[in-house]
Design a protein around this ligand. Sequence first.
Ligand code: GGG
Length: 359
Amino acid sequence: MARVHRIAVIAGDGIGPDVTREAQQVAEMAVEADSAVLEWSDFPWGTDHYFAQGTMAPPDFLETLAPFEAILLGAVGHPKVQDHVTLNGLLLPIRRRFDQYICLRPSYLYEGVASPLAGKLPGSIDLLVFRENTEGEYVDVGGRVYRGFPEETALQTAVFTRRGCERIIRAAFEVAQSRPRRRVSSITKSNAQGYGMVLWDECFARVAAEYPAISTESLLIDRAVMEFVRRPESFDVVVASNLFGDILTDLGAIVVGSMGLAASGNIDPTRRGPSMFEPVHGSAPDIVGKGIANPLAAILSAAMMLDHLQLPRGAEAIRRAVAATLRAGRVRTPDLGGTSSTREVGAAVLAELSSSIRR
Ligand code: GGG
């Protein structure tokens, strides 16, 4: 009998529902390869909920999500709501409550996609960022005093713990062992941040010593952004704090062609709670309603979800179908230089998938 996996879907705002619909259709077909079935539950949370009720989701939303195996998220954000409200009202509490401490963000240069950097061959850029996802610069700690007065003051605190740093760094080393280049780059700023980032560096050195077969480097974030442009092919596994990982992965997405290809997983490897899968891009207010959002980041995020659900044939089939669609080059959205719609790209991936898993 087919195994049923229960997935919570938060399609969210802007282009979120468009790209999530395509990802669901592709994932539904792909899991046939593993004789599994996905059972979706939709949660209409996001800025519509905020406009109606004053919060991004009902007060018990975290309890509601707890029994699911995974969460598929589209996007959050609206031009009329400050981004810290949308992130702190939905996305960040989910990552923290379910201890999704690994934010896994691959960047791969597919055949048929042009990098904005000259002379890069397909597959030459193939890096995997492990972004710390529960602490660091994203903790909700701080305050404001003297609001509206000239003395107005804001305090924003970053929190780095030995446990938090070591576990994300160890996760990066574990995966690096199974990759051909076996290299981990740590991103730091310990020249200027003498507490948190020095602890980060110490944790990196300690964990690295447990993996003598893995080569390492430690780069200041300012140098790392430069090297992501100058020599992206030299990176293999990269481990970074919450903020640095977020910034670096937007750059990683652009050097392999588009934010519309950048997938991510917010993962608790212990599986005590659901992990969450989402495209790296946001709600893209500039193209909302035009039907031209690239669904491939959401579709590739769904493939990462199938990996997490231990449905490897389906996950691999999606990646092959996306690669074939990009290689053929006939159907692509405007961010990749084409004129196709979101639905047309979704249909092209489904066609590739159908011919590979149903033949
Ligand atoms: N795809 C989810 C989304 O809308 N992300 C927008 C965003 O700004 N995310 C910030 C983050 O990942 O920390």
